[in-house]
Design a protein around this ligand. Sequence first.
Ligand code: FES
Ligand SMILES: [Fe+2]
Length: 382
Amino acid sequence: MTMNTIERPKRAPVPRATDTTLTRDYYVSQEIFEREIDKVFFKQWTFAGHVSQIPNVGDYFLHTFAGESLIIVRESAETVRAHFNVCRHRGSQLTKAGNGNVKLFVCPYHQWSYELNGGLRRAPMMPDGECIDYDKLALNPAAAEVWAGMIFVNLSPNPEQTLIEALGEPPAGLLKLEPENIKEICRDQLVMQGNWKTLLENYLECYHCAGSHPELGIAFDIQSSYDQTATWGGACFLGGEPVRKGLVTVSMTGDLVSKPLGRHSEDATLPLEVAEGLGLLPVLTRVLFHVDHAIIHVMNPLSVSEVQWTTIWYVRKDAVEGVDYETDRVVEVWRATNSEDKELCERNYKGVLSRTFVPGPLNPRAEGAVRPVLDHYLQMME
Ligand code: FES
Ligand SMILES: [Fe+2]
């Protein structure tokens, strides 16, 4: 892999009529789930948060992914780090608080203290060099990178690909929206009773959208999404959710729900159909930017039969609630869509649990992304 290139699907995105999803064991086997932890969950990049959550040195927040608790901390103006929330003495979690500001992380059990960079500062009654070597007892690191104001983590301290290698530089259209200058206004967390790949497959296709998502279908261009998703595959892709011709954003009317983001506030006439974003696979992170707001979905496998789906909504950081936006209006399309998908996925999973389940043929026209992404997953599992 050369620098600044996007990893492409291993095969051309030409869906085959013989494509299917996976056999039942991939959705129900505890053994396969354990293998996924090593082969997939500890290998891929996912979204953890936004720089606006930790503006000052020492600011931190906790992030949970695949059963692991990470401390995401601003070490300096330039550097954000991710540490496993596990004391190197006897393993206590260092902090339970969801966020805060510290000079040092002090373990509540025996008061070992750690620098913001994870280094062991002091272990009471155990001086450095006497019975222990402080250099060997830093907090276990995960990889953390900031891309266009968004913080991404990889549970591996030395990922095979950096995020920039995986994604390339942020595209000009996205930079014009100034993703670093947004603020979170709402966060929904759903737990779905199903395997994470059942939810992944749901998100990868819009074959179900016309029949199930009346709110999304108002401004989201379902037909275009068939072509767009057919190009997905590999570890990541760029692009947002397509907006219907002539509309300005995805909302219940297609009209703005907040003031324009970034440099679009200077536009005499707002551009239509702005749709920037990215996706990280196979455990899905989906970043969607429109001209006036952004949505980030993050999948977090909890067990072989449970997955958490978090959706976070953002608007311009100087937007004022009640003046520039109403939170209820910003969130209503995706809140409704998530609720519909939860029901679909849970019903889907109940069927997959049947001993009689065998995967049937995918629709080559409208479910084109499903098999290439599952093939990427299978390659990771080898
Ligand atoms: S477990 Fe943290 S200081 Fe003992
Ligand atoms: Fe859906």
